[in-house]
Design a protein around this ligand. Structure first.
Ligand SMILES: Cc1cc2nc3c(=O)[nH]c(=O)nc-3n(C[C@H](O)[C@H](O)[C@H](O)COP(=O)(O)OP(=O)(O)OC[C@H]3O[C@@H](n4cnc5c(N)ncnc54)[C@H](O)[C@@H]3O)c2cc1C
Length: 480
């Protein structure tokens, strides 16, 4: 444990060193990586077959494919990953890059370098799912059939649901978002630029951060950028006394778990960050630097801003939403414990595209992947046994300042409809409801390293590190 923490501290001090340089020269180039896998594309109109097909080569798709290949071997798995993109992203680094702590290039590697060895990479997008005939159609018209399907297509941000937002993001109005790689650099530029406007802000300035009411995207990211920006303005610039910092959230609390919600609200009070609850951003007027919000009772109000960071709404990918696999919200309709489709037993979903009622994070994927792997192997008859159960684990490392973090970890509530319950990894070492600097080191140092080196190769199990978790089974655990 001590060795891990020491390594994490060393890695985090490298992050801090970058931050001290002000994140200068935020290059957009990829880190140099070894090219492992060449993509393939079936001929237009042709048909191919694989025993296991994974759709999506993001965090969920790559890690579950790597774990399956490790367990089953290349021959038995006969596994293809369908992914159209050349690039693979570690999205948590977008928060760090948006706050000037690391270069954006740290979030990105060539897809070929993370594609698991032994997988066939089909470089195409799926345009239609046909689960009744165990097949899907690619954007070039080729068909891929399968025995087992894992959907890992993530979710989509919808900038166009907020009138004026796309224009404001493209314009020169200090409007940005860390939820889209194109605007991450703009976020840090905006934070830094506002910090230099001391004479202009003598009569007061306003920095706004928003979070939508609905959506299960990483809940912490919307507010992490707010805390980190406020920390920068307070500790590194002269503007803070004249700057109003406001976090406007569509939700009734800063976090769905009361312990963390209380801790974060206290930090807000201490640092003079105003929090407005149950109010949603509904329009942006970039040229007039005005944001329009709607409160729960339908009343609208405006805020003028000098800096605006938007967390947009997120939706299921249209190809999933339009398919027989979707539930009424558009996500893949899986059992929230087994991650197996409720109507098609040979279909599973993992990560952001699964309908599970928990916060969608990489942390959640580390707990879901071994469950999907086990359940697919049992369903395929490769191993006798019962289906394993995912407990809803997810985690949000909420960076509250440079050097401080609240590590929120939780799982499904004990009763149906209950809020998430706390499930902490370090209860005997720290009070995770308080800011802890060692945990900051884990998040900024160890986790990115573990992601690129262990998770994408199927050897990282989140809170259990490199040790595979013991499965909990469906019929030995009473379901709420
Ligand atoms: C700003 C930000 C901060 C975050 N911070 C954290 C954090 O601190 N901790 C944490 O644990 N999580 C965090 N997350 C959440 C985490 O990044 C996501 O939960 C994770 O990336 C989801 O992985 P995924 O594979 O489900 O989706 P993605 O990573 O989005 O991958 C989906 C893949 O599917 C592919 N795809 C889509 N449609 C198709 C199609 N039709 N055919 C074939 N392929 C397709 C896409 O090209 C993509 O590669 C953060 C996210 C963001 C945006």
């Amino acid at each position: 444990m001590r060795a891990i923490l020491r390594a994490a501290r060393a890695a985090a001090s490298r992050v801090a060193a970058w931050g001290a340089l002000g994140g200068a020269g935020m290059a957009l180039t990829s880190a140099p990586t070894e090219c492992k896998r060449a993509p393939e594309l079936p001929a237009p109109g042709s048909s191919v077959r694989h025993r296991i097909v994974v759709v999506g080569g993001g965090s969920a798709g790559v890690s579950v494919a790597a774990q399956l290949l490790r367990k089953m071997g290349r021959e038995k798995a006969d596994l293809a990953v369908i992914e159209p993109s050349d690039q693979h992203f570690y999205r948590p680094a977008w928060t760090l890059a948006g706050a000037g702590l690391v270069p954006l290039s740290r979030s990105r590697r060539a897809m070929s370098s993370v594609m698991p060895r032994g997988a066939r990479w089909i470089k195409a997008a799926v345009t239609r799912f046909e689960p009744d005939s165990n097949a899907l159609v690619l954007d070039n018209g080729a068909r891929v059939s399968y025995d087992y399907l894992i959907v890992a297509t993530g979710m989509q941000i919808k900038l166009d649901l907020i009138p004026g937002l796309e224009e404001a993001l493209e314009g020169d109005h200090n409007v940005s978002t860390i939820w889209d790689a194109r605007y991450v650099g703009k976020t840090w530029d905006g934070i830094r630029e506002l910090g230099l406007r001391e004479p202009e802000l003598k009569h007061g300035g306003v920095a706004l951060f928003t979070q939508p009411r609905l959506g299960r995207g990483c809940g912490g990211a919307a507010q992490k950028i707010c805390w980190l920006a406020e920390d920068w303005w307070r500790t590194k610039t002269m503007v803070r006394p004249n700057l109003t910092v406001e976090f406007v959230t569509g939700r009734p609390a800063l976090f769905p778990v009361e312990k963390y919600a209380r801790a974060l609200a206290e930090i807000g009070e201490e640092r003079g960050v105003h929090v407005t609850y149950t109010s949603e951003l509904v329009a942006v007027d970039g040229p007039n630097r005005t944001a329009v919000f709607e409160s729960e009772d339908g009343a609208r109000f405006e805020r003028r801003f000098d800096f605006l960071h938007v967390t947009p709404r997120m939706v299921a990918p249209p190809v999933v939403e339009a398919s027989p696999l979707a539930d009424k919200t558009g996500y893949v309709d899986v059992d929230k414990y087994t991650l197996q489709h409720v109507r098609y037993p040979n279909v599973f979903a993992i990560g952001d595209s699964a309908s599970v009622p928990t916060s969608r994070t990489i942390a959640a994927i580390t707990a879901q992947a071994p469950v999907v792997v086990h359940n697919l192997i049992v369903t395929a008859g490769e191993q006798p046994g019962q289906l394993a159960r995912y407990d809803g684990y997810s985690s949000s490392p909420i960076l509250t300042r440079r050097g401080g973090l609240i590590l929120a970890e939780f799982k499904y509530g004990e009763e149906p409809g209950a809020p998430p319950a706390v499930k902490e990894t370090f209860p005997f070492f720290f009070d995770q409801g308080k800011e802890v600097s060692v945990l900051y080191a884990l998040t900024t140092g160890l986790f990115p390293w573990a992601y690129w080196n262990l998770m994408t190769t199927g050897r990282w199990y989140g809170p259990r590190g490199i040790f595979e978790p013991r499965m909990k089974f469906v019929d030995t655990w009473a379901m709420p």
